[in-house]
Design a protein around this ligand. Structure first.
Ligand code: ZN
Length: 53
């Protein structure tokens, strides 16, 4: 089960707020989640960024 570490980056301010993992086989598409951004002060779209090893 290849779990890949990913960063969730705020699409509004570019802050990298969350680090999580996902299974590439179950979730082949790029993730876009609504998460709270402490810099923006509200929920924004957070886009997946690949974490370099
Ligand atoms: Zn933000």
């Amino acid at each position: 089960m290849p779990q890949t570490k990913i960063i969730l980056q705020c699409s509004e301010c570019g802050m990298r707020n969350y680090v999580t993992t996902k299974n590439r086989q179950n979730v082949p598409d790029n993730l876009t989640l609504s998460k709270f951004c402490p810099k923006c002060g509200h929920h924004t779209k957070h886009e997946e960024k690949r974490l370099r090893r």
